[in-house]
Design a protein around this ligand. Structure first.
Ligand code: GLN
Length: 189
C-alpha cells in the first residue's frame, strides 16, 4: 500500500511519520508523475491559497481533482479540508467551508472531540482552522461541535478534518483512513 502526501507546502513530514507508524509506505508528491500508482493521498494543512497556487504552477490541480473524482482515497486536514471543499480547487466534498472560521481569539486551540463509535475522545489541534457550515449529500458530518460547526466530514472516498491529527501522538485518524478508505477501495478494486 502506497500513500502519497502532497508535499508542496505545509505539515508534510508529520503525516509521513504517522502513516509510516500505521505501516503504510509513503511517497512525497511534488509532480504530476508522483500521482501515478497511489492507493491514497493526504492533502496536508498549511496555507490553502499557497498550496492551490503551487498545484496550478506544477500542473497538478486538474490531475489531482480528477483522481479524487475517480475515487482515489483522499484525506485532507485543515488547508486540505479547505481545498477539498472548494469547487474551484479539489471539489472532493459537497460542503460550505469557512476559512479561518474560528476568528482571531481562537486562532489556535485544542479540544477533545467525540467521534461516534470511538471509545475515548480524540484530541483536536486547531490552527487557524476552517470549519464546514453545512454538508450536503452524499457528504456526511463526522464530528459536529456543540455550536453546530462541522470539523470532520466524509464523502465517499474523501475524509476531511479541520484539525491536525498528525500533530498529536494519536494514530487513530490515519488508521481510520487506511482501514476504512484505502483498504476498502483496494479490496473492491
Ligand atoms: N487557515 C489556513 C487556510 O485557510 C489553514 C490553516 C492550517 O492548515 N493550519 O489555508
Amino acid at each position: 500500500m502506497l500513500i502519497g502526501v502532497l508535499g508542496l507546502q505545509g505539515a508534510v513530514s508529520e503525516h509521513e511519520r504517522m502513516l509510516a507508524d500505521c505501516g503504510a509506505k509513503t511517497r512525497r508528491v511534488k509532480t504530476p508523475e508522483d500521482l501515478n500508482g497511489l492507493d491514497g493521498i493526504v492533502v496536508p494543512g498549511g496555507e490553502s491559497t499557497a498550496i492551490r497556487k503551487l498545484l496550478v504552477r506544477e500542473s497538478m490541480l486538474e490531475p489531482l481533482r480528477d483522481l479524487v473524482a475517480q475515487g482515489l482515497p483522499t484525506f485532507g486536514t485543515c488547508a486540505g479540508m479547505v481545498l477539498l471543499a472548494q469547487p474551484e480547487s479539489l471539489a472532493g466534498i459537497h460542503a460550505d467551508v469557512e476559512r479561518n472560521g474560528f476568528g482571531r481569539q481562537r486562532e489556535s486551540f485544542e479540544s477533545d472531540l467525540q467521534v461516534t463509535g470511538w471509545e475515548t475522545p480524540f484530541h483536536g489541534v486547531f490552527i487557524r482552522a476552517p470549519y464546514l457550515k453545512s454538508v450536503s449529500a452524499p457528504a456526511e458530518a463526522l464530528i459536529t461541535l456543540d455550536d453546530g460547526r462541522i470539523v470532520a466530514a466524509t464523502e465517499k472516498n474523501v475524509l476531511t478534518t479541520a484539525f491536525h491529527p498528525e500533530l498529536t501522538g494519536d494514530k487513530r485518524f490515519h488508521q481510520y483512513f487506511i482501514d476504512e478508505f484505502v483498504k476498502a477501495t483496494t479490496k473492491t478494486a
